[in-house]
Design a protein around this ligand. Structure first.
Ligand SMILES: Nc1ncnc2c1ncn2[C@@H]1O[C@H](COP(=O)(O)OP(=O)(O)OP(=O)(O)O)[C@@H](O)[C@H]1O
Ligand SMILES: [Mg+2]
Length: 262
């Protein structure tokens, strides 16, 4: 279970989570993409999928009755070989039981998939931090602006970020402009032991055209090769760490009703 997370809003987490998941699925692996952003989940919107089936609906069901593979199957959607559990389409709806249900949903998913990528969104809340803490590894999407690296520094030094520093950390520098990338790459490696997976250039035309066609930029256009390179590098790093599955014994095969938290 690999969390994709940003030190701030709008750094490109959803774009990168979708890209990494599709690129990994394109290599023949069994991959699930889960939109667990406790803010506003945008995975379904980026892929043109339905928003009436989601992690949040599934976790809500879990407060009423045990949830098993059949229930999970009713909420999973398929996109070009990728299993997708959409996110919360409605801002302001309570995240309530998300944390209590998430672990078991992930356990069910881990029985079916080699790699689970989780769009956590920005690390702005205790819920996001708790989801990130449950992941085996994290991919930070760092905005390649002059403030991007500074924002990550502040985030990793914050009370939300500090507990995460024991996890294997990777980073993708998104919207990379001239000048910053080399400095940021060296600095991230030195200060935080972050493995920089790659740089994705700023390319508004490529993302606009992808959004208009509901075809993520990893599947065609000027950003495809840099996104694929970053995904391949992520898989090399994960394979070097023994893969991205949950440790054996962690998954529960059914999800039982639990009281709300966070
Ligand atoms: N490399 C890039 N070049 C140009 N535009 C980009 C790039 N990466 C992302 N964008 C655009 O920036 C916007 C925000 O991206 P995205 O939704 O992926 O960010 P996010 O971190 O998930 O945001 P949020 O904090 O709302 O979850 C989108 O319109 C996306 O198309
Ligand atoms: Mg997002």
């Amino acid at each position: 279970m690999v969390g994709v997370v940003g030190p701030g809003g709008g750094s490109g987490v959803t774009t990168l989570a979708v890209s990494l998941a599709l690129a990994a699925a394109g290599t023949g692996r069994s991959v699930a993409l889960v939109d667990a952003d406790p803010g506003l989940g945008m995975v379904a919107a980026q892929l043109g999928l339905g928003e009436d089936r989601s992690l949040f609906h599934l976790v809500h069901e879990a407060t009423l009755r045990p949830v098993d593979h059949a229930a999970l199957g009713r909420h999973l959607q398929s996109y070009r070989g990728l299993a997708v559990l959409a996110g919360r389409a409605e801002p302001g709806r309570a995240v309530g039981s998300l944390l209590s249900g998430l672990e078991s949903v992930m356990g069910l998913l881990a029985e079916l998939h080699e790699l689970i990528l989780v769009d956590i969104g920005p690390l702005h809340s205790e819920t996001a931090a708790a989801i990130a803490f449950r992941c085996q590894a994290l991919v930070w999407v760092v905005d390649g602006s002059p403030l991007g690296a500074d924002r990550l520094d502040r985030c990793l030094s914050s009370s939300f970020g500090r507990p995460l520093r024991s996890k294997p950390q990777m980073a993708i520098i998104n919207r990379a402009g001239p000048g910053l990338p080399t400095r940021a790459r060296e600095w991230l490696a030195r200060e935080y032991g972050l493995s920089v997976l790659g740089l994705v250039p700023f390319d508004l035309a490529a993302v606009r055209s992808a959004e208009e066609r509901l075809l993520p930029p990893v599947l065609g256009g000027a950003l495809t090769s840099s996104l694929r390179r970053a995904a391949n590098r992520m898989m090399e790093v994960l394979d070097g760490q023994g893969g991205a599955r949950l440790p054996s014994g962690a998954p529960a095969s059914t999800l039982r009703p639990e009281s709300s938290s966070a």
